[in-house]
Design a protein around this ligand. Structure first.
Ligand code: GTP
Ligand code: MG
Length: 188
């Protein structure tokens, strides 16, 4: 089953967010981790969210309506060293505001490169979500790039979050159905 989704709006702060009753599930993670690609894989619509080889592609919060009661938020990535400070600071501020204050936010899919594992930023994000008692799903992305022998070690690196990641690949589709199910459960 695909998620029937359509782009609604692109905003820089929650002030610009739609007033609706949809439960929002945000995709967050480092720049270039594969957020927009994963959103496209989840919806089955190539090019719905813009992807890029160069980090820093998504700089605003892009909202997509899904079905009757859900929305997905494609968030800008963090941690891209070459981004000018002024832009990076603005992005960090809008993300922080959205994650801490957006009333409609029901859950977060935190994307972490399967080869990299969680870092300080991810632990901070997880803490915000825990404090708000929202649902946290961890997606280990680009797992098509892991050798078979590396998979166990990759999963173990996530134990620090106390959460089992879903191994995902937007390229070969691994984990996408499981992720879709978990997201839909949030809106139930
Ligand atoms: P920003 O918007 O810049 O934060 O990036 P993003 O997290 O939205 O990443 P995006 O989806 O634009 O993907 C970044 C790059 O990673 C692109 O070159 C994608 O083709 C590649 N990529 C995304 N998902 C996968 C995956 O599952 N496997 C592999 N091998 N490459 C992927
Ligand atoms: Mg993006």
């Amino acid at each position: 089953m695909k998620l029937v989704a359509e782009f609604v709006t692109s905003v820089f702060s929650i002030e610009g967010c739609p007033r609706w009753n949809r439960a929002e599930v945000a995709l967050a993670g480092r720049s270039n981790v594969g957020k927009s690609s994963l959103l496209n894989a989840l919806t089955g619509i190539k090019g719905l969210a813009r992807t890029s080889k160069t980090p820093g592609r998504t700089q605003s919060i892009n909202l997509f309506a899904v079905g009757e009661s859900l929305a997905l938020a494609d968030l800008p990535g963090y941690g891209y060293a070459k981004m000018p400070d002024a832009i990076a600071n603005r992005i960090a501020a809008s993300m922080s505001e959205y994650l801490r204050e957006r009333k409609n936010l029901a859950g977060l899919v935190m994307l972490i490169d399967a080869r990299r594992g969680p870092g300080r930023e991810e632990l901070e994000l997880a803490e915000i979500i825990r404090q708000r008692e929202l649902t946290l799903i961890v997606a280990a992305t680009k797992c098509d790039k892991l050798k078979r022998s590396e998979r166990g070690k990759a999963v173990a690196a996530f134990a620090s979050l106390g959460i089992e990641p879903i191994l995902c690949s937007a390229t070969d589709g691994e984990g996408i159905e499981e992720l879709r199910k978990r997201i839909l459960r949030i809106a139930e």
